[in-house]
Design a binder for this molecule. Structure first.
Ligand code: FAD
Length: 464
């Protein structure tokens, strides 16, 4: 039964549909029930599994400490939901308020949450990607296959791309005692996410742990034997490597293709929505019954110049899903904005890396605590005279303090005494991010708004 537009009516008898049965989808479904939503709840997911957690896949699972099927997300409550797992949503009828499924069925909704996330960017040539020994890492099946292959003791693993996932894979391989080469197009690991200064520290971490790190290098081709097994990788410097495992870690693609022609503002950069998680249509008008959350969303943030941020961060998926579910069940004045300050963590080579804010907006950087050479520090990023982000290597406990600086637009360089600041005063250096127009392994934060000094999108109107 379709309900009228009233939120109270929706809470009692409405039909809520969630597409994407992972972190954001599950947390949104739980929040709907927590907020007293008593109507019908359908959760649609193309993976055949109950929602599971992805961060352990590149960490504990690759190290063999947790089985790939042991990463189910904990449930906060019983859901009373109709789960449609193992079937993809293939289309959206905005006017008719229906989601089309791959099995031909259609599911009607009064309010819809889209949380279809991202998938791993595949290797550039399909026939090479199909060689036995070439892997990506996004799903529980990917992790199980890769962990099994690492158990078999390959002679050398090639990691293509030294972003967070690539670096974590390299770290797990070294911890297992495997020979690893990392090929990175940029000048250092993590450079797209944290800039060249911190990237140099990451490079040192790789080398100290025995990684054969090749920067400013691309892999041009993968070659196999007659049986279709990966044997060799060709590099842009003309050399070749004998490898029997290659992990392609070239960033992620947003799962928006199923919305083509739906009329929603969905594309390769994600689904645009307002700070209340309501999706925009292609005319830039906000919808009132379609909500977006997690890795697939891009939304404006007042703290960061109203730029549209696309975040591939675990914490963002949870926080945005909760706000989306709150707003799905609330009347206009009670709705809340999603004003989460981005935070991200990674564990690699025995170091805990954590960031807060949007480092990629930083033009300058100052080490405010500890030292880069000891690989134990906090660095603050500055943008137009204010603190915009901070990153900590093995110093995460200080990041709440830096978060408050970001939230209060504190001046950069920071003008306060800090614990463990080294003599010689505070030196400000360029943060040294690569030109975002050049393809890289994909930073975890993509800025895609309109800053007057930095217009990266050319608008081509449709022909009449
Ligand atoms: C290996 C790995 C390590 C990570 N480590 C960290 C970390 O250390 N720290 C951190 O902050 N973040 C980390 N992340 C990122 C974090 O896991 C994501 O931010 C989070 O999973 C996003 O959740 P989501 O629900 O938005 O999207 P996803 O988890 O991508 O889920 C989307 C779901 O929707 C499904 N789907 C897609 N299209 C359709 C369709 N048409 N119909 C139905 N279902 C569909 C997908 O198959 C998937 O199940 C890591 C990610 C990976 C892959």
């Amino acid at each position: 039964m379709a309900v009228d537009g009233s939120s109270a009516e929706f809470r009692r008898h409405g039909r809520a549909v969630v597409v994407g049965a992972s972190l954001a989808g599950l947390r949104a479904a739980e929040t709907l029930r927590e907020r007293g939503f008593a109507g019908s709840l359908t959760v649609i997911g193309d993976e055949p599994y109950e929602p599971y957690d992805r961060p352990p896949l590149s960490k504990q699972v690759l190290l063999g400490r947790v089985p790939a099927d042991g990463t189910a997300l904990p449930r906060r409550r019983a859901l009373d939901a109709h789960w449609r797992l193992g079937v993809a949503a293939t289309g959206l009828d905005l006017a008719g308020k229906r989601v089309r499924l791959a099995d031909g069925e259609e599911v009607g909704f009064d309010r819809l949450l889209i949380a279809t996330g991202t998938r791993a960017r595949p290797w550039i040539r399909e026939e090479e990607a199909g060689l036995d020994g070439v892997f990506v890492l996004r799903t529980v099946d990917d992790a199980a296959r890769l962990a099994r292959r690492l158990d078999a003791g390959p002679r050398r693993v090639l990691v293509v791309g030294a972003g967070f996932t690539g670096s974590e894979v390299a770290s797990a391989c070294r911890e297992r005692g495997l020979e690893v080469t990392v090929a990175e197009r940029g000048p250092a690991p993590l450079v797209g996410a944290l800039g060249g200064v911190v990237g140099e520290v990451a490079a040192e971490l790789h080398r100290r742990h025995g990684v054969d790190l090749r920067c400013c290098i691309t892999v041009t081709a993968l070659g196999g034997d007659a049986a279709g097994r990966l044997r060799r990788a060709h590099l842009s410097d003309g050399t070749a490597l004998d490898v029997d495992v290659a992990v392609i870690a070239l960033g992620a693609l947003r799962n928006t293709e199923w919305l083509a022609g739906s009329g929603l503002a969905a594309g390769p950069r994600g689904i645009a929505c307002d700070a209340g998680c309501r999706a925009f249509d292609i005319h830039g008008i906000v919808t009132d019954d379609i909500f977006v959350a997690g890795d697939v969303a891009r939304s404006p943030h007042p703290l960061f110049g109203y730029q549209f941020l696309s975040l591939e961060h675990w914490g963002n998926a949870v926080a945005q899903a909760e706000v989306a579910a709150h707003n799905m069940t609330s009347a206009g004045p009670d709705r809340r904005p999603h004003l989460w300050v981005p935070t991200f963590w990674s564990a690699q080579f025995g170091v805990n890396i954590k960031s807060v804010g949007v480092p990629t907006m930083g033009t300058e950087l100052a080490v405010t605590q500890g030292s880069l050479t000891e690989r134990r520090f906090v660095a603050a990023y500055g943008c137009q005279g204010r603190v915009i982000a901070a990153v900590a290597f093995d110093q995460a406990r200080w990041l709440d303090f830096y978060q408050r600086l970001i939230e209060s637009a504190a001046p950069f360089p920071p003008d306060f005494p800090t614990v463990d600041r080294r003599p010689g005063g505070l030196r400000t250096v360029p943060a040294d991010f690569p030109d975002p127009a050049l393809p890289s392994h994909g930073p975890t934060v993509t800025l895609s708004g309109y800053s007057p000094s930095e217009q990266r999108i050319t608008f081509t109107p449709a022909r009449a």
